[in-house]
Design a protein around this ligand. Structure first.
Ligand code: FES
Length: 125
């Protein structure tokens, strides 16, 4: 049997390594859970390819997906709570916004700048 003899060669990868080089798992969409199973006011923890992630809703109801590891002491952010649309770490109260930016560190003096290393990676949801 002859298979697809009329497919232009330009559409066919030449070998498997070519396919692997073009697939970035972070650029794909994945079903995580049914929307009705997401808790309304609590973080939802899950993992994708062994990467811990957390989902929550901001004040506008938009789903936010962040790395589920606090940059301070590596606690699970999903053990924390949602306050005013931000996720707050349970341990020392650092708060993170939609893009993973650290918005509040209670222990920091009021005039001190939040370090860039205190931010998280966000993932489209
Ligand atoms: S471990 Fe998250 S704020 Fe300290």
């Amino acid at each position: 049997m002859t298979i697809a003899s009329n497919i232009p060669e330009i559409l066919l990868p030449t070998d498997a390594s070519e396919i692997e080089q073009t697939l970035n798992w972070r650029n794909c969409w994945y079903p995580v859970t049914f929307i009705q199973d997401l808790p309304k006011n609590r973080p939802y923890s899950f993992s994708l390819y062994d990467e811990p992630l957390v989902l929550f809703r901001n004040n506008n109801g938009q789903l936010i997906c962040l790395t589920d590891v606090c940059p301070h002491r590596a606690a699970k952010l999903s053990d924390g709570q949602i306050i005013d649309g931000k996720i707050e770490c349970l341990y020392h109260g650092w708060q993170f916004g939609n893009g993973g930016e650290c918005l509040h560190i209670p222990q920091l003096p009021a005039d001190a700048k939040i370090p860039a290393k205190a931010c998280l990676t966000s993932t489209p949801a």
